[in-house]
Structures are given as structure tokens and as C-alpha cells.
Design a protein around this ligand. Structure first.
Ligand SMILES: [Zn+2]
Length: 212
């Protein structure tokens, strides 16, 4: 760097504009007060107010109260839903069963759902729903309007004990089917149930209902 000799050159200074330096220094506590007056609310929708603190000035005012923000899991499931998939929660709700029940049925009533991401989130496709509804109706007593009628209900209709029917299953009466969901129980189609009720009423007669 070559400097001109002192006094050898004219600095040629010109005034090109004026800048007014604010005399009032930035006041942090005033900022906090103003932001709180303005009001910041949790973005989760809970409607609760976020108290602005001094250190928020540098780090930013949080958008959510603690533990109110979307977690990584929520974001991930939101992404799968946006892609058109259903989560286990969605499927369980649409089938009218609990999530635990759905998990128990997985691999038994229907094939294991594929898992996505590091969190191994189970994803379903919307076209699986009708199929699952049919399976649920035919193979279990779960969900709304199951097709099968449990033994207890048939016994109640026939006005006899469960054992009266159970002892004759596969002999005088249709075998029915042994379900394991939601509990181990014999169950019958509406036609079979009708047949059983008619047979019991004709050949066994009715007696006060017990154990049903
Ligand atoms: Zn909130």
C-alpha cells in the first residue's frame, strides 16, 4: 500500500449526506414491554399467551409454548398424510376400533403394514380401508355393525345358556366359528343365529337366562 506523502495531496472531502444518530439507545426492557403489550400467542391453537423475555430479542420469540410445538413425529405423519397415506391412527378411527386393537390384528387379520422413515411409522393406503372393513366384519366382532353374532347374544335370543348351545355346536347346530378378536368367542352369521334360536326353542325349550 502506497500512501501519499503528507501534505502532498488534497483529501478532496465532500459532504454527501447527513445521518442522524438517534440519541435514545435501544432499551431492551422497553422492547420486552412492547412485545408483551402487542401480545404473542402459542401457534398450536391453544390460545395461550407467550410471555416475551429479554433473551428472546436475540434468539427470537418462540412460536409455541413448551411442549406445544409440532414434534418431529407430528411433522413426519403430516408429510405422509400429505402424500396420501393413512396412519394407523387414521385407519383405526375410520374402522371404529382402537389403535391397540389394530396393532393386534396386524399380521393376523391383515398383512403387516409397511413402515416408513426412521420412526418406523406404519402407513396404509386409502384403498386398504374397504378391504379391512370387510375383514373386520367377517372375522371379528369389532367395529360398527359386525356381521357376526357372538354366542352370548345368540343364547340371549334363544333364552338359554351358552353351554346349551356350545354342547351342540357342529352336531345338531352349525359349528359357527371361533373368533379370537376382540376376545375368544364363538360367533355366528345372522342366518346361523336364527337357525340356532329356532332349534333351541323347538327342542330344548327356554328357561331363565343365566350366565349371559
Ligand atoms: Zn399451545
Amino acid at each position: 500500500m502506497v500512501l501519499p506523502k503528507p501534505g502532498a495531496s488534497d483529501p478532496h472531502l465532500h459532504v454527501v449526506g447527513t445521518v442522524r444518530v438517534p440519541s435514545e439507545k435501544f432499551c431492551l426492557s422497553k422492547w420486552v414491554e412492547e412485545e408483551n403489550l402487542h401480545g404473542h400467542y402459542c401457534q398450536c391453537g391453544c390460545g395461550r399467551r407467550i410471555r416475551v423475555l429479554a433473551w428472546h430479542r436475540a434468539r427470537g420469540i418462540p412460536r409455541f409454548l413448551r411442549a406445544h410445538g409440532p414434534t418431529g413425529l407430528t411433522k413426519e405423519t403430516a408429510r405422509y398424510r400429505a402424500e396420501g397415506y393413512l396412519t394407523a391412527t387414521d385407519v383405526a378411527r375410520q374402522l371404529g376400533i382402537g389403535q391397540t386393537t389394530l396393532r393386534r390384528l396386524e399380521g393376523k387379520l391383515f398383512e403387516q403394514a409397511p413402515r416408513r422413515g426412521t420412526r418406523k411409522i406404519r402407513v396404509f393406503t386409502p384403498d386398504q380401508l374397504p378391504e379391512l372393513q370387510v375383514l373386520l366384519k367377517k372375522e371379528t366382532l369389532l367395529g360398527p355393525a359386525p356381521e357376526l353374532i357372538p354366542l352370548g347374544e345368540v343364547a340371549r335370543r334363544a333364552g338359554c345358556c351358552r353351554n346349551t348351545i356350545r354342547a351342540r355346536l357342529g352336531k345338531e347346530l352349525p359349528a359357527g366359528r371361533l373368533l379370537t378378536h376382540p376376545r375368544t368367542s364363538f360367533a355366528f352369521t345372522p342366518e346361523e343365529a336364527e337357525q340356532i334360536v329356532a332349534w333351541i326353542k323347538q327342542y330344548v325349550g327356554t328357561r331363565p337366562t343365566r350366565h349371559t
